[in-house]
Every structure is written in structure tokens, then in C-alpha cells.
Design a protein around this ligand. Structure first.
Ligand SMILES: NC(=O)c1ccc[n+]([C@@H]2O[C@H](COP(=O)([O-])OP(=O)(O)OC[C@H]3O[C@@H](n4cnc5c(N)ncnc54)[C@H](OP(=O)(O)O)[C@@H]3O)[C@@H](O)[C@H]2O)c1
Length: 241
């Protein structure tokens, strides 16, 4: 992180990776705006960071709702000022147990894409102009290996992550030379509620702790802005070690 305090907006920040990343960045002096749909757990996550002396703010919103992006962007700017780092982390899995594409309804596909693709797109579009105007910034899309591997029953989620990866790739090309980086990073398997919802029989001992993955993402975020932009749609273990 540079000498200036950075302002970070993280979606899906009331638990799991988003919460761990918010706590790690706040501990290093960032102001963090934390978004989730459910007020109670979000306020608890914010309070825990504040108790440690961190600068954290709760923003209750559903990123999959049409029109949410403008409201989130406006509220976040009012809370902390211009956003330097956007982390598109909130994600919909679709109905669980996960099911083959032939048993996936159009409504379920729409719901997954509304959060993972349209929501991330709309929020990025709402914030990136200000980053470009300031000649600095980072947009991080949290991806998944389901974006590249054809896992049976992960079709809706995987297709949405592939689409989000490609948004990141094109955005990175369009912002080349602007000083704004756009990255898509696969965090790997983590011991979180999403993982438990999808794969309830998995042994938590085989999964990474979200705090460990967050530490790697912090290293990635703190890398100095280089000329141009890069997209790293690979594992966070590779890009941040
Ligand atoms: N866990 C893994 O093994 C794994 C593997 C690969 C990739 N990932 C990716 O890592 C990211 C974080 O996942 P996680 O495992 O940390 O998930 P998690 O523990 O289930 O946390 C999800 C967070 O997102 C919020 N959220 C969900 N839908 C939202 C919406 N529509 N609008 C706003 N907030 C929303 C949740 O709070 P509310 O429910 O209250 O909104 C919660 O704060 C996701 O992008 C996921 O796809 C995870």
C-alpha cells in the first residue's frame, strides 16, 4: 500500500473471503466499505474491525438488484470518498444442491448472472470512470476454477464466472495505459459457507482458511501500479506468492 490511505469497496464482505479481506486491509490502514444483503452479520463484521481500530463501514445492498450499483457507488463515496479499489467478491451459487444444466431453470440462471455478471459489471462501470480520471485504481474480480473447468453441476455458476473473467479481460484491454488495473483471480477452495453449501461433505481441513487467501490478495493489491494493466485469471497462489 502506498503512503496514502486507500478506500476499498468489497462486495460480499459479511463473511468468508470478503470479510477476511476487509479485516486485513483495514488492519493496514485502508478505509473499507463492506457490502452484503443481510444487515445483522454485516454490522457484526464491521463492528469487529472497528473494535481493532479499523475504519469500516456497512452498506446493506443486493448487488444483483437492478439499479443497486449506482446506489452503492454513491453511498460508498459519501462514506469514504473516491474508491481506489473495488473487489467484486459477492457471488451467487444458484440453487443447492447444485444440479446439471438440464435441470437448471432459466430463472436460476438469471439469478446467478444477475449477481456474478451484471452486478459486478454495473458496479465496475459505476466506479471505474473516477479511477481513470485519477489515473490510479484496481478492480479485482474474484473468480473460480469453475470458470475454466467443466465441472458437472457447476454450469450456471461456472458460466457466470467465465463471463465475469472475460469482462475483466476486455476492461483491462480498454484501460491499458490508464493506470487502472483490472484483475480476475481464482482464490482456490476455502472453508466458507459457500463451499459448505456446494460441497457439504468436504473435509474443512483440506480447505484454505479465507484469512490466508486474503493475505495473498493484500499482497496483490499492494503491488505498485505499473504502466498499463494486467489480467491474471489464474490461481491466487501463483500470482501473489
Ligand atoms: N469458497 C470457495 O471455495 C471458493 C472457491 C472459488 C471461488 N470462490 C469465490 O470467492 C468469493 C467469496 O466466496 P465465499 O466462499 O467467501 O462466500 P461466502 O462465505 O458464502 O460469503 C458470501 C458473501 O457474499 C454476500 N452476498 C451474497 N450474495 C450477495 C448479493 N447478491 N449482494 C451482496 N452481497 C451478497 C454474503 O452475505 P449475504 O448473504 O448477507 O448477502 C456474504 O457476505 C465468491 O466470488 C466465490 O465465488 C469461493
Amino acid at each position: 500500500m502506498d503512503e496514502r490511505r486507500i478506500n476499498v469497496l468489497i462486495t460480499g464482505a459479511s463473511r468468508g473471503l470478503g470479510r477476511a479481506l476487509a479485516a486485513a486491509l483495514a488492519a493496514r490502514g485502508a478505509r473499507v466499505v463492506m457490502v452484503a444483503r443481510t444487515r445483522g452479520p454485516l454490522l457484526e463484521a464491521v463492528r469487529a474491525i472497528r473494535d481493532e481500530g479499523g475504519d469500516a463501514h456497512a452498506l446493506v445492498a443486493d448487488v444483483g438488484e437492478p439499479g443497486a450499483a449506482a446506489r452503492i457507488a454513491g453511498a460508498a463515496a459519501a462514506m469514504v470518498g473516491p474508491i481506489d479499489v473495488l473487489v467484486n467478491n459477492a457471488s451467487a451459487l444458484g440453487p443447492v444442491p447444485l444440479r446439471p444444466l438440464g435441470e437448471t431453470s432459466e430463472a436460476a440462471l438469471d439469478e446467478v448472472f444477475a449477481v456474478n455478471v451484471r452486478g459486478a459489471f454495473a458496479l465496475t462501470r459505476a466506479l471505474v470512470g473516477s479511477m481513470v480520471a485519477r489515473g490510479r485504481g484496481l478492480v479485482l474480480f474474484v473468480s473460480s476454477d469453475a470458470a475454466v473447468e467443466a465441472y458437472p453441476s457447476w454450469g450456471a455458476y461456472g458460466a457466470s464466472k467465465a463471463a465475469a473473467d472475460h469482462l475483466a479481460r476486455v476492461w483491462a484491454a480498454e484501460l491499458d495505459g490508464s493506470g487502472v488495473r483490472v484483475l480476475a483471480v481464482d482464490p482456490g477452495e476455502m472453508d466458507t459457507r459457500m463451499h459448505a453449501d456446494a460441497l457439504p461433505d468436504a473435509d474443512p481441513a483440506t480447505l484454505a482458511r479465507p484469512e490466508a487467501v486474503a493475505a495473498r490478495l493484500v499482497a496483490l493489491i499492494e503491488r505498485p501500479v505499473t504502466a498499463g494493466v494486467r489480467v491474471l485469471a489464474s490461481s491466487v497462489a501463483e500470482v501473489a506468492s
